[in-house]
Design a protein around this ligand. Structure first.
Ligand code: C5P
Length: 398
């Protein structure tokens, strides 16, 4: 897959830079053209001579060559690349990337490149675990940067923990899978994806809602669209960008979501019900802000419509995928929903698993269908979306 691909390899100032030599070698062996760009500090860790020899291209560090004034265009470099791989990526470079700071060639190229960007962080365990680094990584992920998680193991500091750059062979495998042409196996298929939390108004100011971020549903919508499907994303309020190629319908309440989904279902080939829909809504929404007094307040709630159950009752040969978030007796509850709502399969997350559920960028799920259950390891939500799309493709081909 890497044959003839242009890989721009960014190297930053980490002790793991020595592994960039092996990485470059593996990329070349796989048939890729490699151009290396280094930060000034990276040159202290691995020589430009080594990298130039292995990549068979001169190394770029400065904006121009001080001897002859030749300009190293970050725009041209960005355009040349099929993938911009930054390995190792230090906490400093990740922080600058997250904030749009462009004070060296490696960073300006990041801002001007439209190619997919992959980073392989490498740093001390405390630097990696620091809330600032994690926030920067989360922002980069939301911008679409692919992060190859570092490994847990012995570090250059002598300490042991999470921060070791992933092995070069793993990095190459990741880039290879990323650049693999997505087969448009879902071309001509129409899917509805629900995502995010609904908002049930109490009065013009207050509402009842939940912690769903919408990230899982957005990742699924994006993945199905990449495989050629025509996707309608019916979404509660989120701060997430609309995935490329997806039609977005913004709703607030469960009632509005019900209307939008039911209307689109007749002409759809399937639906993935990822939204965290409120089960109850205030019986009346006050038309003015409720005034407080010394008494307690009682709000009467009525049941909302179960959108998934309604689709299940008139599913026909459409594909219907459900989600379940359980806190106890997970599998039994999920199985009961699978049958009652006529899902083809259900994606179960348990709040008991660390790294699973709301807000985060990772999820740990179990697929449950009539044939049995399959527990997946902790994966990024993007990867979980790929696995769900694979399973949907499997059902279509049956
Ligand atoms: O019963 P429970 O809410 O746990 O079921 C979860 C599944 O049903 C999810 O797929 C969710 O999106 C869907 N659902 C729905 N409408 C509701 C409640 C849940 O579509 N009112």
């Amino acid at each position: 897959m890497l044959k003839g691909k242009h890989i721009l390899l960014g190297i930053t100032g980490s002790i793991a830079a020595y592994k960039a030599a092996v990485l470059c070698r593996l990329l070349k062996t796989a048939g890729a053209d490699v151009q290396v760009v280094m930060t000034p500090l990276a040159k202290q860790f691995i020589t430009p001579l080594t990298m130039a020899t292995l990549s068979k291209n001169p190394i770029l560090v400065e904006f121009f060559n001080p001897e002859n004034g030749a300009w190293n265009s970050h725009v041209a470099l960005g355009e040349w690349a099929d993938c911009y791989l930054i390995a190792p990526a230090t906490a400093n470079t990740l922080a600058k990337m997250a904030h749009g700071i462009a004070d060296n060639l490696l960073l300006t190229t990041y801002l001007s490149s439209r190619a997919p960007v992959v980073v392989a962080p490498a740093m001390d365990l405390d630097m990696f675990a620091h809330a600032t680094t994690q926030r920067n990584l989360s922002e980069l992920r939301q911008t679409g940067v692919h992060v190859i998680e570092p490994e847990d193991g012995e570090l250059a500091s002598g300490l042991s923990g999470k921060g070791r750059m992933a092995e070069p062979s793993q990095i190459v495998a990741f880039v290879d899978a990323l650049l693999e042409e997505k087969k448009k196996n879902l071309q001509g298929k129409r899917f509805i994806v629900t995502a995010g939390a609904t908002i049930e108004a109490i009065d013009p100011v207050r509402f009842i809602s939940n912690h769903s971020s919408g990230k899982m549903g957005y990742a699924i919508a994006g993945e199905l669209a990449e495989r050629g499907a025509d996707v309608l994303l019916v979404t509660g309020r989120t701060a997430l960008p609309t995935p490329t190629g997806v039609t977005r319908c913004d709703i607030l309440s469960a009632e509005e979501m019900h209307r939008a989904v039911v209307e689109a279902f007749d002409s759809a080939d399937g639906a993935v019900m990822c939204a965290a829909v409120a089960d109850y809504t205030p019986e009346h929404c006050a038309d003015r802000k409720l005034k407080k007094n010394d008494d307690d307040l009682v709000i009467r709630l009525r049941r909302t419509k179960d959108i998934a159950a309604e689709l299940g009752s008139r599913k026909g040969d459409r594909i219907l995928v459900g989600f379940a978030l359980e806190t106890d007796d997970e599998e039994a509850h999920a199985r009961e929903k699978l049958e009652r709502k006529h899902f083809d399969f259900i994606v179960l997350n348990s709040l008991r698993d660390t790294g699973a559920g709301f807000r985060g960028d990772t999820n740990k799920v179990t697929f449950i269908d009539a044939a049995g259950s399959e527990a997946l390891p902790l994966l990024s939500k993007r990867e979980v979306a790929r696995r769900i799309a694979d399973k949907i493709e499997g059902l279509i081909q049956k």
